[in-house]
Structure formats: C-alpha cells, structure tokens
Design a binder for this molecule. Structure first.
Ligand SMILES: Nc1ncnc2c1ncn2[C@@H]1O[C@H](COP(=O)(O)OP(=O)(O)OP(=O)(O)O)[C@@H](O)[C@H]1O
Ligand SMILES: [Mg+2]
Length: 492
C-alpha cells in the first residue's frame, strides 16, 4: 500500500461507532442479560473506549471510565489537509531515514497550521500529543507506536480495538491505549504484513510476520477472533539477556551457570523446555553463548531470534508458503540440510513437529552438543511431547524405537517456568538416563523449590541439588571440565 493510500486510510473520518465485534465487557454484559451499554461518548462503560488522558505518562495506566477522543474532529481535519497538501513525491519516497524525516516534518508543520486555526485554543501538551498521534498514524504503527519504542516493554497484546495489554518486567498490565475501531487495527495489521508480502483476510485470517526491527508479530482477525482483530508482538531485544542478567533476575544461580557452561562444552545434547513465554529462547541464547568460538554453528529458526556472538555461525530461517501456497521451507527441511553443512553444532530454535525426529537422529549420529527448545509443562512432559512430535514425522516407527532414540539422544532437559510473580526460573535440570522396560528414565539433578510468596507477591524459594550425581559426568571428565564443587550436594 502506498503512503498516499495510507494517508487516506488513516483518516480519522469516521465517528467512532460501536464495533461490529463486541468488547469482552460488552459480551459479558450481553451474556448476563444486562442492557446494552451506552452509546459512543457516554461517560461510563462505552464500548468505544478511546483514551483522552492529557498527561503523557498516563497512557500506560488503565483508565476505567472511557470517553470519546475529544480530538477526533481536529485529527480528521489534519488528515484531510495532509491528503490535500503533501506532495505526492514526498509521500512516495520514504526509503531513507532522511526522506522519512522530511515527511514527518511536513506532517508536523501542516498539523501545527491546522491546530493554530482551531477556534478553541489547545494547550501545548495537547497539541504535542495530537501531532505525535497523527505522525504515528501516518508513518508508524498507530497508537501502539510508543509501546514499540519503549525498551522496558517486552510484549504488546492488542485484543481488539479497545483492549491493549503490555508485559513489562515480567508482569502483564492493561494500558489505556485504544484504537479508533476495528478497521483502525486492521490498517495497522495490514501495514505490518504487506511489506513482507503476506496478507490477512477472510481466506487467511491468521498471519505471522516480523517488524523491521525483528520483533515477532502474530495477527488474528474475525471471524476467527471474536473480540476483533488481535495483534501479539514479542519485542525483539536489541540487547538480549545475558548470563549475568539471568542471574540478576533470579532465573538461575552462578553455580548453575557454571554447570550449564560445562554441559555445553562437554557436548551434551540439551533441550530447554517450558511454557509459552517462559524464556526458553532467551535461555537457549545464553546456552549457545557457551559454545567455543572455534566451532561451526548452524542455527535454524522460524524467525531468527537467537543472537549468537560467535563468528562462525550460519543462520537459517524457515519460510512460510507464498500467496500461491508454494515455496515453503520447513524447519525439518532445514535440519536435514544443515547436516550437509558440516556443522559442529546444530541449534534449532524450537521443535514443534516432525523435525524432532531429524533432530534426534542428528544428535545420535555424531552431531552431539546440539540444542533446541520445546513447549512442555515439565521435563517428563517434554519427553512425551518429543514422542508425539517424532510420530508427526510420519515414519511409522514403533513407539519403543522412538523412545530409544529419545533416551539415547537427549542428555539434559533444562526446564523453565514463568512463575506467578512474572519471574522466570529454571525449575529443573533433569538428566535423561535411558530405558527401563518401555519407559524412559530420568532423574532431577537440580530443582527450584518454592517455599512461599511474600507480601508483594514475589515468589520465594531456593535452588538446590537433589543429591544425585548425574551419569553424564563422565562426559565432563572426558572433556576435562571441572564441575563446581559441592554442585551435587543436597544441603537441605
Ligand atoms: N530469565 C528471564 N527473566 C525475565 N524475563 C525473561 C527471562 N527470559 C526471557 N524473559 C522475557 O520473557 C519474554 C519471552 O522470552 P522468550 O522469547 O525467551 O520466551 P520463549 O519461552 O522462547 O517464548 P515462546 O514460547 O513464545 O517462544 C521476553 O520478552 C523476555 O524478555
Ligand atoms: Mg521461543
């Protein structure tokens, strides 16, 4: 879509109207038999909840009573003027930062002109706010633009036009940010996905995409989403969390870091397991940083998130099919291809499906020291998920053969969880031992035990050894790696 079209589409022409898609509040009311909420602009509980707060900082605090945006009309006038006055040529040339800056300047000066003509003078802070919002609408990602540039925010969740949440410091908060209506959200989704050749419409109502800065985006629109168009953005951390950060955040202890560093250098095959957003990729990134610099690493991901510091790294990224449904490159295809690239280590961002089989085979056939992550609720659950994923490869293998592959391939499961207080902890370091009858055996080596919650809601507990010495310590010895003294002593 050209910027000119964008300008026209971004027009605040329409009056906010109750969306075709109910807000959760509306639905609850409807379901509980309450009368319909007031019309747009009502003081309380209007389905159109557009923020009006004038202090800059308040956009991140929930506003419980919602009002119509009092600046809607003036923004509309600005947009009309922009469409009329901005030169076509300036709008089309936005490739360079300079061009964009010129366009922003132009938008700003036209906005100022319109604002100065307003019969009722506006406060300076209001003017600044209006101009920023207009620029965000025309050139950025609309009302969520400030959230994208705020480094302290790690996740943005748009649940329809009138409900925007963020995650910051591990905690989820509601914001007072509102889109004008469902179409406004749709425009923003379109702006995210169209430059990378994806589309979202009735025929394909779900889409994965990435922002230019690498942030991961997922969008789902009605009729699949019943609350209006949804956007979920996992912000890409320009500076990924480091080992020291994880220690500071209480995810693990220095002792565990030393042990994991040894495990990576001793070439154990490691799976990081955990729930959604538990920090698996972050931990995998930290583990990968322990790989010696003289090794050749091939990384495989759906969307490149890992940020390895080593020099000798080949980064491969899977690709979804194009609009005609052709040209897909799967993680599985990439794992197979990676084996022909003489890797010392294969790091797969996440196993979700049949690639698990290829990964296990790679781990079992000389590509030890490989690492991946997987979605699971416990180390044991990770193993059964592995089984299921291996079956998805469609090779018709007997279950016992699959379990044997799993038990001989994987040495260590690093299980991570997002706790109630939003913190992430490595709750288990679990060794996969082998088979006993038809069952894969495993033992916990290190665990996090929660002992309580303090008055602020912070989880209290301690990391500690179970007292079991892992069998894979012989691999440490072979590689000449020392284990932290006392690492396996249970002090409780
Ligand atoms: N150890 C940690 N402590 C606190 N926050 C963390 C930690 N690790 C990751 N995070 C934050 O949690 C979010 C999710 O991290 P990450 O992408 O690593 O999780 P994930 O388990 O791979 O998620 P997904 O299941 O979506 O792939 C990020 O925004 C990140 O900043
Ligand atoms: Mg991940």
């Amino acid at each position: 879509m050209s910027l000119r079209e964008r300008l026209e589409r971004a027009k605040t022409g329409e009056k906010p109207r109750p969306s075709r898609w109910a807000t959760p509040r509306e639905r609850v009311a409807r379901e509980s038999g309450a009368t319909r909420f007031g019309t747009a602009g009502a003081q309380t509980e209007s389905p159109v909840r557009i923020h009006t707060d004038s202090e800059e900082s308040s956009i991140l605090h929930p506003v419980r009573t919602f009002q119509e945006d009092p600046h809607l009309a003036v923004k509309e006038r600005i947009h009309h003027r922009l469409v009329k006055e901005i030169e076509e040529e300036l709008v089309e040339r936005t490739a360079s930062a300079e061009d964009r800056q010129r366009l922003a300047k132009e938008v700003e000066s036209i906005s100022i002109k319109v604002l100065d003509e307003e019969p009722v003078p506006l406060m300076r802070s209001e003017k600044v706010r209006i101009i920023t919002e207009v620029i965000d609408d025309v050139m950025g990602f609309g009302p969520i633009t400030p959230l994208l540039s705020d480094e302290t925010i790690t996740e943005i969740m748009v649940n329809g036009p009138y409900s925007v949440y963020i995650e910051r410091g591990g905690r989820i908060e509601e914001t007072s940010i509102r889109f004008r209506d469902a179409d406004h959200v749709m425009h923003i989704i379109d702006r995210i996905v169209s430059p990378i050749g994806r589309r979202i419409d009735d025929a394909s109502p779900m889409v994965d995409a990435r922002l230019p800065d690498g942030s991961r985006v997922n969008a789902v629109i009605p009729p699949i989403s019943l609350v209006g168009p949804c956007i979920t953005i996992r912000k890409f951390a320009r500076e990924p969390l480091t080992t020291d950060d994880l220690i500071r955040l209480g995810t693990l202890t220095p002792e565990m870091v030393e042990f994991l560093d040894g495990a990576v250098k001793a070439r154990l095959n490691i799976v990081v397991s955990g729930g959604t957003g538990s920090g698996k990729t972050t931990t995998l990134n930290v583990l990968s940083s322990f790989i010696p610099t003289d090794e050749r690493i091939v990384t495989i991901e759906d969307a490149a998130e890992l940020q390895l510091r080593q020099e000798h790294v080949v980064v491969l990224e899977a690709r979804p099919p194009n609009i005609e449904g052709k040209g897909a490159v799967t993680i599985r295809g990439l794992v197979r291809n990676a084996l022909r690239m003489r890797p010392d280590r294969i790091v797969v961002g996440e196993v979700r499906s049949g690639e698990a089989l290829d990964m296990l085979q790679a781990m079992n056939t000389g590509h030890d020291g490989s690492m991946t992550t997987g979605h699971a609720n416990s180390p044991r659950d990770m193993l059964s998920r592995m089984e299921t994923m291996t079956l998805m490869a469609g090779m018709d293998l007997p279950l016992r053969a699959i379990r044997e592959q799993i038990s001989s391939a994987i040495n260590l499961i690093v299980h991570q969880a997002r706790l109630r207080d939003g913190s992430r902890k490595i709750t288990h370091l679990t060794e996969v031992l082998g088979m006993e009858g038809d069952v894969i055996t495993m033992q916990d080596i290190y665990v996090f035990q929660q002992t309580g919650i303090d008055e602020k809601g912070t989880v209290i507990g301690r990391f500690g050894a179970t007292g079991i010495r892992p069998k894979f310590l012989d691999k440490f010895e072979e590689a000449g790696i020392k284990v932290p003294p006392g690492m396996f002593v249970n002090y409780t």
